[in-house]
Design a binder for this molecule. Structure first.
Ligand code: SAH
Length: 239
């Protein structure tokens, strides 16, 4: 039986999916860390959902939490595939709409500006590999694809925009590149599934737009993952 491990930042993003698959919390699995584990079976797949947990009274988001949660999940669960399922900002100019689903076909950091030679610049941007079957899966299910870029902030400064767009970025989040970085160290394949909560070029205030659309985007993530999981069974069988 193949093991698939979802890494999700916010409980609100994961809840509809956890309920759909009747996943059960495995209490204190990661103690003393705050990471949360939910598990169940979906067809011929052992399904785990790992959340970062919380600190200071809110869900842990961002790269630091994503990196160590992913590290712990890989060390303890030995998944065949990591899936980062979460929300993102996207661009109206690319035809993105609220609650659209995208599969990441590339992933990098957009707010690590390290001067020096090409090697330092290359390390800063990251550009980690994504699962070789990601494009095929998107085609099979008719999902859009795009390059995900990750930074430590919800807002977007002009320098972020410049780096995102000059590198072909389309989807802006706070975790995907950190998760892909950890996966790159262990050669664990990563699939990135993103749902749009806000439009970076839409003129609305990001936090308000994000909050307004979080529930709809999280339901879209559940529906997308419900279509993805049976296809993963087929793709794994072909290997
Ligand atoms: N204060 C918010 C915190 C959410 S942070 C709250 O209480 O709900 C935003 C989360 O959504 C991160 O996990 C990030 O990956 C994702 N996200 C959605 N839209 C984003 C955007 N435009 N830029 C960066 N991250 C975004």
């Amino acid at each position: 039986m193949k093991k698939i491990c979802y890494i999700v930042a916010m409980r609100a993003e994961a809840r509809p999916f956890i309920e759909e698959y009747h996943l059960k919390e495995v209490k204190d699995f990661f103690a003393p860390y705050p990471f949360l584990l939910y598990q169940g079976i979906a067809g011929n797949i052992e399904l785990s959902v790992v959340l970062n947990g919380e600190q200071h009274g809110s869900d842990l988001v961002g790269c630091e939490a994503a990196s160590i949660t992913t590290y712990a999940a890989i060390e303890r669960l030995h998944p065949d595939l990591i899936v980062n399922s979460g929300t993102c900002g996207a661009f109206k100019a690319d035809g993105a709409e609220i609650a659209d689903i995208y599969i990441g076909n590339a992933v990098m950091f957009h707010d690590r500006r390290v001067p020096g030679d090409d090697a330092w610049g290359t390390q800063a941007l990251g550009n980690y590999p994504v699962w070789s079957k990601a494009e095929e899966l998107a085609r099979l299910l008719d999902f859009k694809t795009g390059k995900v870029t990750t930074g430590s902030s919800l807002d977007m400064q002009p320098v972020d925009l410049e780096i995102i767009r000059s590198n072909g970025g389309q989807l802006k989040d706070m975790e995907a590149a950190a998760i892909a970085f950890t996966c790159s160290l262990t050669q664990t394949p990563i699939l990135i599934v993103k749902s749009v909560t806000d439009l970076c070029d839409g003129g609305e205030k990001t936090f308000e737009e994000f909050s307004k659309n979080l529930a709809a985007a999280s339901q879209a993530l559940r529906d997308a993952n419900k279509r993805i999981i049976p296809k993963l069974e087929i793709v794994f069988d072909e290997e």
